[in-house]
Design a protein around this ligand. Structure first.
Ligand SMILES: *Cc1c(COP(=O)(O)O)cnc(C)c1O
Length: 423
């Protein structure tokens, strides 16, 4: 029972959960479920002044009472804070909570998801190295590799998402990392993570999964042998559309040099931001349960609607990678993408303008539902050929289901479709 557990035990406990078991505590298991972890992991049982929540340490620097105390620290005999760019107490507790949720040894927080991917790749790659990406991915991750890593002599290969033969074919002695999202944004394609990790191991190449859309509630890639798991904590982990943060999880050994470089890059979070993230994480498991329910309910509604052409949702048997998703995930998240039947971009935008509950905005994973037309939101500057190549269609809508009542979201979408019924 959590109540009887010693502080250290709780802090270090990992949820005992294999992917197919689903979230939560296993009957008879001495380990803790994901919701208990979300509330308690990483935190001291007894905090300063008896405060139940982690106090916000609003400090850019940390004082030493004497030269002797400083000597003790520089000689490595005192684990404490020194200067905010290298860490702060709020960061430490959130990192431990995230590592526990992910089933990882260690976690490093960054000021955004992009800062996390940049921080990891800058640490691991040298001039002359190569990385291989599955091509459906967050457009800024792709842009960083193709446009910017190239300036430092790093070559990026992109292969079709899920095509392991194509990925294997471009692995060569210069390959340092295999990178994929799962599920991908906005097509929600799941890749076989076990196969992905095994391919990396076979060639001694590191593997990175951006699992932002799945979260550790739905999949924990480290259990499949992946080296690094990345999340934009801006999305489900923070969960309230009120902060930006990113995290990388992995072994302490692999993450050590990454942390050293982060201290130089300086892409860290303020203590106030970390407090918000810790607070958001308390309800992580509860929120994910609702995001999963809403995502599935909306996807099923859309699939049965006459004005909808195609729905991309990993929980639907119609999704090409549904079988992969169903075997490795315990839920499918809140993001649903669909195309509108017989609609050009303008008619599609009229649906977006007609909905009353979801707000028009980029991002996902917060309590508020958001809706967007990828063509306009993220791919406006792309040529029609490139949009075609990336599978971004004019009549595509991406909806990030929040935690509102599914019936209200369905009623809202219903009236929005009626609004274009004359078109
Ligand atoms: C949002 C997002 C990112 C970038 O994260 P930021 O916190 O916005 O920097 C990376 N990958 C995926 C899959 C995302 O959805």
């Amino acid at each position: 029972m959590a109540i009887d557990m010693q502080d250290a035990e709780l802090r270090n406990a990992r949820p005992d959960q294999t992917p197919s078991d689903g979230p939560g505590r296993q009957p008879g298991s001495p380990r803790l479920g994901m919701s208990t972890q979300a509330v308690h992991a990483g935190e001291q049982r007894q905090k300063a002044e008896g405060s139940i929540s982690t106090p916000t340490f609003s400090a850019s620097t940390f004082t030493f009472e004497s030269t002797a105390a400083l000597m003790k620290y520089v000689e490595g005999d005192d684990e404490r804070q020194e200067y905010g760019r290298y860490g702060n107490p709020n960061e430490k507790s959130v990192e431990q909570k995230l590592a526990a949720l992910e089933g990882a040894e260690s976690a490093i927080l960054y000021s955004s998801g992009m800062a996390a991917i940049v921080g990891l790749l800058m640490s691991r790659l040298n001039s002359g190295d190569e990385v291989i990406f599955f091509d459906q991915c967050y457009h800024r991750s792709r842009e960083f590799c193709v446009k910017h890593l190239a300036r430092f002599g790093v070559k990026t290969h992109q292969v079709k998402t899920g095509d392991f033969e194509a990925m294997e074919a471009v692995i060569n002695p210069r390959t340092r990392m295999l990178i994929s999202e799962s599920p991908t944004n906005p097509h929600l394609t799941s890749i076989d993570i076990e196969q992905f990790a095994a391919l990396g191991k076979a060639y001694e190449v590191e593997t990175l999964i951006d699992a932002t859309l799945a979260t550790p509630y739905n999949i924990r890639p480290i259990e499949f042998g992946v080296d690094y798991v990345l999340h934009s904590a801006t999305k489900y982990l923070g969960g309230h559309n009120d902060l930006l943060a990113g995290v990388i999880c992995g072994t302490a050994e692999k993450l050590e040099p990454v942390r050293q470089l982060r201290g130089i890059l300086g892409s860290v979070n303020s203590p106030q931001n970390l407090y918000l993230l810790e607070r958001g994480l308390k309800t992580f498991a509860l929120r994910m349960q609702r995001h999963n329910e809403n995502g599935l309910a909306i996807a099923e509604f859309l699939e049965s609607h006459p004005r909808v052409d195609r729905v991309y949702y990993p929980g639907l048997t119609s999704h090409p990678s549904h079988r992969v998703a169903a075997t490795q995930m315990s839920g499918f998240g809140g993001l649903v993408t669909f195309t509108v039947r017989d609609a050009d971009w303008r008619q599609t935008s009229r649906i977006i303008d007609a909905v009353k509950i979801p707000r028009i905005a980029p991002s996902l994973g917060g309590v508020e539902s958001l809706i967007e037309q990828p063509l306009v939101m993220s791919y406006f500057g792309y040529s029609p050929e490139d949009r075609e190549r990336f599978g971004i269609f004019d009549n595509m809508i991406r909806m990030a289901c929040g935690i509102e009542d599914a019936a209200d979201l369905i009623a809202d979408l219903t009236q929005a479709f009626e609004a274009i019924s004359g078109d």
